[in-house]
Design a protein around this ligand. Structure first.
Ligand code: T3D
Length: 269
């Protein structure tokens, strides 16, 4: 079943268990705007609603045109108000809830980085569960170039993915790294040739749409709490999550399929 709808600055569709949000402001490399944030909130409401009845089991986020997302819309800033606007409030209202909510969605989030990901656009690219980039894409922590600090979770995610030295280099020098380097450094899961990008994303999304969704979401929660917990706390958390997974229909199906030497058919329960 396919359902698609157009907002102003994003496109949203659902088909075969896959929800897709396409940032759609290609002439501005999909820079964020107030309207886009509102549309993202609405789209995430829809993902949650569709996930509740099992119609959606993965969310793909990508960009239209040659960019993934260029971060904050710098053109929208009124030069007369520079220095007067509380950017902290802007983060609190728009960026932080978006990033935090992505990590709370009941389905895995696949960020498909089709082109440049800059500033908070790079943060968004890292905020999903799995990030795959086209070889021509690149990542630039552009914040220092305009006198800002990295935001939207970048200072949390970057050092954990690539280590402090590389995180500091990227954030303080504001240099671009290409997708091949991003993969080599462990910033993203995979970099694929442009010609294979769309099919790779579709195949990965289809695979995640047939995965044991609840177990994947519990895995995300465990990976997230591992960032700050002790080994003792972490094995306790694994115990609790595994107890839950062990009662799930997908575990029964997984073991049955293994014994019957056939592929498992997971229902995400
Ligand atoms: O206020 C708040 O919201 C606080 C939160 C801040 C979070 C942040 O994200 S701060 C960081 C903001 N982003 C940037 O600083 C990135 C700015 N863009 C660039 O550095 C470059 O455009 C890129 C490295 C991303 C790509 O370079 P390139 O050469 O491939 O493309 P381009 O020619 O620079 O850009 C193409 C068009 O997109 C161009 O428009 P034009 O001149 O053809 O009409 C350019 O102005 C526009 N564009 C690119 N980035 C933005 C943008 N328009 C508005 N805002 C942008 N961020």
């Amino acid at each position: 079943m396919t359902a698609a709808s157009a907002y102003t600055f994003i496109r949203y569709s659902e088909a075969d268990g896959v929800a897709r949000i396409t940032l759609h402001r290609p002439d501005k490399l999909n820079a964020f705007s107030d309207v886009m944030f509102g549309e993202m909130r609405d789209a995430m409401d829809r993902v949650e609603a569709a996930a509740a009845d099992g119609a959606v089991r993965v969310l793909v986020i990508t960009g239209a045109g040659r960019g993934f997302c260029a971060g904050a819309d710098l053109a929208a800033i009124d030069p007369a108000t520079l220095g007067d606007v509380d950017l902290g409030m802007v983060l609190e209202r728009d960026y932080n809830p978006m990033v935090l909510r992505l990590q709370k969605l009941p389905v895995p989030v696949l960020c498909a980085v089709n082109g440049v990901a800059a500033g908070a656009g790079a943060s968004l690219a890292l905020a999903g569960d799995i990030t795959v980039a086209a070889r021509s894409a690149n990542f630039v922590l552009a914040f220092a170039r305009i006198g800002l600090v990295p935001d939207a979770g970048a200072t949390f995610l970057l050092p954990r993915r690539i280590g402090r030295a590389r995180a500091a280099g990227l954030a303080m020098l504001g240099e671009k790294i290409d997708a091949t380097t991003a993969e080599r450094w462990g910033l993203i899961w995979q970099c694929v040739d442009d010609a294979d990008f769309a099919t790779t994303i579709d195949a990965l999304a289809a695979r995640l749409a047939c995965a044991p969704t609840k177990a994947l979401i519990a895995t995300r929660a465990l990976l997230n709490c591992a960032e700050t917990s002790s080994l003792a706390d972490q094995v306790a958390a694994e115990r609790a999550m595994q107890a839950q997974a062990g009662r799930g229909a997908d575990f029964r199906e997984g073991v049955t399929a293994f014994r019957e030497k056939r592929p498992a058919v997971f229902r995400g329960r």
